[in-house]
Design a protein around this ligand. Structure first.
Ligand code: NAI
Length: 286
């Protein structure tokens, strides 16, 4: 298969989209490691692979992607066990929703800590081993269509964190391409998952003082729509995106008019200018 012998490390891999990606990549030949905060999700996910034809291709480790010491140890373990990884999927994320006037620093720190910090930690910990083993590699990071449009629900922290992921990945793509490392951004619309369990993924010190306790209690009761995408379908799109080194992997088209309107609004506010863009490559002698 197309992913034979590839080692894939998937954060948030024990539930929802990450698990869908894990199923598809393992079916298509990859050796997959699920790295997840939640031991209950890990146990359930591994039970789902047990007895299947590819159960030997899947293992798991408990990891909080915001814990840099633990992340470094996990990367070292991948080096020792597999000679380093080929595919990193920075997918762990938490869904924050709530009025901005109710948010406290605990909510900002939680949202940006996991959704941005976790992605950055993945790049920082795994890039050196991808460069060292010389096999090249690929890094997929899960953002959201909420990064591209302002959603009707109150998602300022979430959307801003995901927009940061998008811009970071877009910005590093060219530099990493020179080192044979591909970069993709997954932009999902609604996919069946447990993302409504946000509050269960908060460390105690960021639950204390949260202004989003009511918002997250409500979010926990949100019903997963029957017509939301199956995680395996998102996983299939990710597999194709890796093979094609697609910058953007987009699951749904229904925000296209809003995405176009946003781009048009920026362009409409931009003066027409005929002269050349500034040259930022000129430096004074030392
Ligand atoms: P999910 O909650 O089912 O899966 C996320 C997994 O990440 C869970 O198993 C959770 O335990 C784990 N996790 C949470 N915090 C973690 C941490 N600090 N360290 C390690 N693991 C952690 O949710 P879903 O929806 O599958 O989310 C995956 C990604 O997709 C997230 O980045 C999310 O923001 C994004 N997304 C999801 C959409 C959806 O409709 N489901 C839409 C757009 C983006």
């Amino acid at each position: 298969s197309d992913f034979d012998g590839k080692i894939a490390f998937i954060t948030g891999g024990a539930s929802g989209i990450g698990l869908g990606i894990a199923r598809v990549l393992s079916d298509r030949g990859a050796q997959v490691v699920l790295a997840d905060l939640r031991q209950d999700h890990i146990d359930k996910a591994l039970a789902g692979f047990a007895g299947g034809g590819r159960s030997n291709a899947v293992s798991a480790l408990q990891l909080d992607v915001t814990n840099r010491t633990a992340y470094r140890e996990a990367a070292q373990r991948m080096q020792d066990e597999f000679g380093g990884i080929d595919i990193l999927v920075n997918n762990a994320g938490v869904g924050l929703e709530g009025p901005i006037l109710e948010a406290t620093y605990a909510d900002y720190d939680f949202g940006f800590g996991v959704n941005v910090g976790g992605v950055i930690n993945g790049f920082v910990e795994f890039l050196p081993q991808m460069l060292a083993h010389g096999r090249g590699g690929h890094i997929v990071s899960t953002a959201s269509l909420a990064a591209e449009v302002v959603m009707p629900s109150a998602m300022a922290i979430y959307g801003a964190s995901k927009a940061a992921v998008c811009h970071y990945c877009e910005s590093v793509k060219a530099e990493l391409a020179e080192k044979d490392i591909g970069v993709s951004i997954l932009l999902p619309g609604p996919v069946k998952s447990n993302i409504h369990e946000t509050q269960q993924n908060r460390p105690a010190h960021l639950l204390e003082g949260s202004g989003y306790k009511n918002s997250e209690a409500k979010l926990a009761r949100r019903i997963v729509g029957d017509n939301w995408m199956e995680p395996e379908e998102a996983g299939r799109l990710v597999a194709e995106g890796i093979l094609a080194n697609s910058t953007y992997i987009v699951t749904h088209g229904f925000y296209k008019p809003a995405m176009a309107a946003r781009a048009e609004a920026v362009l409409a506010a931009t003066p027409d200018q005929a002269e050349e863009a500034p040259d930022f490559g000129q430096f004074r002698d030392e």
